[in-house]
Write a protein that binds this ligand. Structure first.
Ligand code: ASP
Length: 323
């Protein structure tokens, strides 16, 4: 309400307030960005069409996440939405495209973390959940726990109305062949992961996987382990990893990278390269995607390739597979 009589002094105060708040409001919306991976590995003997299909899959996912950020949705929404797209694409080893265990079943792991409040959720060894990342988010937001596995996780999904599918949904002749041929030197990886920062400056990270081909039933990798495969801390860094999960767990890779940024003042690319080089020194294959607290990205991998993409509000974007 405007006062009926405005004296000179209060008018001056009002004008001053306007001058101070207008620029603040327009600079409130900070820049945002999203980085994704579709697994590190060899990606060898692929035809041009196959390479293109993987790139298209990455582009579709990053576009969905980016559009969410652009419309002021949270980084958490962007991460979940982009991962759902990748989980529904059988070219990636997560959700529909999950690889087989030694007993020819699919067991999926996923986790998600939110930098705003340091919340995290994870699921492991689920066999009939269409989008494990959405169940991980449900664990984070709707339960007082952080991680659910197997039957308990599947029951939670059922109760929450999260889409369940017949395990047949994940059937893939090609991946079964790969398993059966295996016991050979199969080195395929294709886990998916996303890290994003939104217009509010909040960061989120998520990772989803079918694990490693020929893993023993019940084996759980790094993807659902907070700190190993997924980590985020607002203003510091966010990481999603892919690679030989046992090593990522033992070296707490995702958090280790962010800790080096936080405590050693390294840039994200220095920290990521250091840790990935250390993994290489012990013959552990893998890679990571990283964002810093200002939305700048870094990639590091010690395999010949890592499917990856980046997109930011300042117009930078790319999709790549090989070094
Ligand atoms: N890290 C995943 C696991 O060990 C596999 C991968 O990234 O390809 O389950």
């Amino acid at each position: 309400m405007w006062p009926t009589i405005v004296n000179y002094k209060s008018l001056k105060v009002l004008i001053l307030c306007l001058i101070v708040t207008i620029p603040l409001q327009s600079s409130e919306k900070q820049s945002f960005s999203i980085v994704i991976h579709g697994g590190a590995g060899w990606f060898s003997n692929l035809s041009d069409d196959e390479v293109q299909a993987i790139k298209d899959g990455l582009s579709n996912a990053i576009d969905v996440g980016f559009t969410a950020l652009q419309s002021n949705q949270t980084s958490l929404d962007a991460v979940e939405k982009a991962i759902v797209v990748l989980e529904n694409n059988d070219l990636f080893n997560a959700g529909k495209g999950s690889v087989y265990t030694s007993e020819e079943k699919q067991e999926m792991d996923a986790s998600i973390m939110y930098g705003l409040n340091n919340q995290a959720g994870a699921v492991a060894s689920v066999t009939n959940v269409k989008n494990p990342i959405s169940l991980a988010r449900h664990v984070m937001e709707k339960t007082k726990h952080v991680m659910f596995a197997g039957k308990g996780a599947e029951r939670l999904a059922l109760e929450a109305g999260i889409e369940l599918v017949d395990p047949e949904y994940f059937y893939s002749e090609e991946k079964l062949r790969r398993l059966r041929d295996l016991k050979k030197e199969e080195k395929k990886m294709g886990t998916v992961g996303v890290v994003a920062i939104d217009v509010y400056g909040n960061m989120a990270a998520g990772t989803s996987t079918g694990g490693m081909t020929n893993k023993l039933p019940g084996r759980i990798g790094d993807a659902p382990i907070i700190g190993a495969g997924t980590w985020v801390e607002n203003k510091v860094c966010g990481v999603s990893g892919t690679g030989h999960g046992e090593f990522f767990i033992r070296f707490n890779v995702a958090k280790e990278i962010c800790d080096r940024v936080k405590y050693k003042n390294l840039s994200i690319s220095e920290a990521a390269n250091q840790v990935v080089d250390e993994l290489q020194a012990i013959e552990a294959d893998g890679g990571v995607i990283v964002l810093d607290g200002r939305g700048r990205h870094a990639f590091s991998f010690n395999t010949p390739a890592m499917a990856r993409a980046f997109k930011s509000s300042d117009g930078k974007e790319f999709v790549e597979i090989y070094k």
